[in-house]
Design a protein around this ligand. Structure first.
Ligand code: WT7
Length: 652
């Protein structure tokens, strides 16, 4: 297989890099491989601040891992307090820009004050270590403040992306058994208010055990407050009285001394069934890999201005807006709104305004912006940029080249970072001062990460063979469990190749050892870099009274990578397909969230099924991808179904 052009790091970049040259990377990789426990153990002692150091680096009882046992630590302390004793005290931790153009610069010192105060509020409401909080907020500083306040007290948080519906929110509150919900009246997106509190009220109708809803006032639109349950953030804060000195505040609300394996958060992600999985991350290991990858992958230096455009509701925001950058002492930009509002240069305007030097975004965002033309980025001074990142889905070489040329002006390495909600931190990516880039490849695994490619029987494959990507050795930021479902955890990730983690992605490795990620091998779609299960959308659709059966597949999409395509059969009746199609799209948005809305609904009299009644999604995938069916259809019950579907005109 002939590989495309490669891009070695420039001498200038290497000279200043944290990892200088391929040999430096290799040496570190070999060191980790030779003695992983020593490697991670030393790193944990050097990178993190401990209350009590750990006595054992790893206890591995597959699939259950405990890292840094015997140690006590606090994630919030590591993200904030420890920086206060250094020059970082007055350094901006967050530079926030609201969509309407409002702005806040929050130093580490100020962040400490805000977090300690909110932690005091939570404490005052009666919440303690081990309790669970659901956070449903717009992209405002109070979102990381709420997360860090929970972490400070050892309250397990679960952030639910603001684009999820009341239904989805409810399922998460119930699964986690959360007693407190932290939200806002709303947030701004494309000039419109996204109301959040209404969805919380709707969700809580079926969660009577939720004791408090803490509401931050962002938009100021009038919302009902339920007596005895709902409290305003600012009123609670006012009750704390005059702002004490930072030192006194810390005294009043110290960071709890927590076990290394204390649960930090649960983040729900789509699996292959209709029910989302609560991915559990714990404290020390997660913090270690998220912060050290800031240095290896983004080549973070003290004077960098770093911006990750993700929403904190997804894992990228947890690891690379909140915990990683703050633990590493970075200055991080956070933006509330949409990339195309008020115009298509909002990203570039922000880069110019704050002199952003490290910029991390998704291929979907890049492709959407390419379409608008080069005049938007070209109108701005982007000379502050020095590292560009990509995450969430494979980046196609054309988008890569544009990003490299038009945004990076051929000066900035692009780190294509492969990882997952479950891995917690970046697993495969170039270290930009060490590894030559190949557009479309995530390149090499990071030190300490041992990956391989296997066939369906779990046999390890050689180079240039397509197979399943697995991770063979435990790593500190790995998922610890599925909340409340250890059996599913074992089955989903650890049963294919015993002792190894099954990623659910297909990949191949080339002769230089570079990994090329080919996409999911399960019933998980990737729409705009957001994970979505076919079953989740199907079960939403069959809830609708008109729908008899539904089968959902991903179809290739020029901008979002994949789009949701639903094949639907109706119950008896005289349906207007145009109107019903619109209604069903809206229905899915209501059941899951607007981002899950099918791009296309195709009505059909029957779905292709095997003789045992299983829907053959493979055929549907072929139909939407190639408009023809080539594969084996011998198990198909009714062959005419497929020919009908394949010949159906694609609706507009
Ligand atoms: C899935 C994980 C990790 C943060 C965002 C998504 C796909 C992720 C890449 C990449 C090709 C990628 C994989 C993976 N993916 N990064 N650089 N190249 N594919 O997190 O929702 O847990 O989804 O996203 O298919 O399994 P997630």
């Amino acid at each position: 297989m002939s590989d495309p052009k490669t891009y070695p790091p420039s001498a200038d970049f290497v000279e200043r890099a944290n990892l200088q040259g391929l040999d430096a990377y290799r040496e570190l990789y070999e060191q980790a491989k030779a003695d992983p426990e020593r490697f991670w153990g030393d790193l944990a002692l050097n990178e993190l601040t401990w209350f009590r150091p750990f006595s054992k680096t790893l206890e591995w009882d597959p699939p259950f891992a405990k890292w840094f046992t015997g140690g006590t630590i606090n994630a919030c302390y590591n993200c904030i307090d420890r920086h206060l004793k250094t020059d970082r005290r007055t350094k901006p931790a967050l530079i926030w820009e609201g969509e309407p153009g409002d702005q806040r610069v929050i130093t580490y010192e100020e962040l400490h004050r805000l977090v300690a105060r909110f932690a005091t509020v939570l404490k005052g409401l009666g919440y303690r270590k081990g309790d669970r909080a659901v956070i449903y907020m717009p992209m405002i500083p109070e979102l990381p403040i709420a997360m860090l306040a929970c972490a400070r007290l050892g309250i397990v948080h679960s952030v639910v992306f603001g684009g999820f519906s009341a239904e989805a929110l409810k399922a998460r509150i119930q699964d986690l058994d959360a007693w407190v919900v932290i939200t806002a009246d709303g947030g701004w997106r494309r000039g419109k208010e996204v109301r959040l509190k209404g969805a919380v009220d709707e969700a809580l109708e079926d969660c009577p055990y939720v004791r408090h809803v803490v509401v931050y006032k962002r938009t100021g639109s009038g919302i009902p407050m339920k007596e005895g349950r709902d409290v305003w953030w600012h009123e609670q804060d006012d009750e704390l009285g005059a702002i004490p000195q930072v030192e006194e505040d810390a005294e009043a609300c110290p960071a709890e001394e927590l076990d290394s394996e204390h649960p930090l958060y649960v983040l729900y992600t789509s699996g292959t069934t209709g029910k989302p999985k609560g991915i559990l991350h714990t404290t020390a290991g997660y913090l270690l890999e998220t912060s050290v990858s800031m240095k290896w992958v983004f080549d973070l230096h003290e004077d960098d201005v770093y911006w990750c455009t993700a929403d904190i509701g997804w894992v990228t925001g947890h690891s690379y807006i909140v915990y990683g950058p703050l633990a590493a002492g970075a200055t991080s930009v956070m933006y509330e709104g949409a990339p195309d509002y008020p115009a298509f240069d909002r990203f570039w305007q922000i880069v110019e305004k704050y002199r952003v030097s490290i910029f991390y975004t998704s291929p979907t965002a890049i492709r959407a912006l390419i379409r608008q033309g080069d005049q938007w980025p070209n109108a701005h001074d982007l000379s502050s940029l020095r590292v560009l990142g990509s995450v969430g889905e494979p980046i196609n070489p054309a988008a890569w080249e544009w990003y490299y040329r038009v945004i990076g002006k051929e000066r900035c390495p692009i780190v294509d970072t492969w990882w997952q909600t479950e891995t917690g931190a970046i697993m495969i990516s170039a270290a930009p001062g060490a590894v030559a880039l190949k557009p479309g490849s995530a390149t090499l695994p990071l030190p300490g990460i041992v990956v391989d490619i296997v066939d369906a029987d779990g046999q390890i494959l050689g180079n240039n063979r397509e197979g399943y990507l697995i991770i063979r050795k435990p790593w500190p930021s790995m998922v610890r469990n599925i909340w409340g479902d250890p059996k599913r955890f074992q089955e989903q990730y650890w049963s294919r190749v015993p002792g190894s983690y099954f990623t659910g992605d297909a990949a191949r490795r080339d002769d230089d050892g570079y990994y090329w990620i080919l996409g999911r091998v399960d019933d998980v779609m990737n729409v705009s870099g957001h994970r979505l299960s076919t079953m989740e959308v199907e079960s939403a659709l069959v809830h609708h009274p008109a729908v008899a059966e539904a089968a959902v597949v991903a179809k290739p999409h020029e901008i979002t990578g994949q789009a949701v395509c639903a094949f639907v059969t109706c119950k008896k009746g005289d349906w207007n397909h145009d109107a019903l199609g619109q209604e069903l799209r809206q229905w899915v948005a209501h059941e899951i969230g607007p981002f899950a809305r099918p791009e296309e609904i195709r009505f059909t009299d029957a779905l292709p099924k095997t003789r045992s009644g299983k829907i053959m999604r493979r055929l549907l995938r072929e139909i939407v991808t190639t408009h023809a069916v080539t594969g084996d259809v011998t198990t198909l019950e009714d062959l005419t179904v497929v020919s009908k579907l394949a010949s159906q005109q694609e609706p507009e």
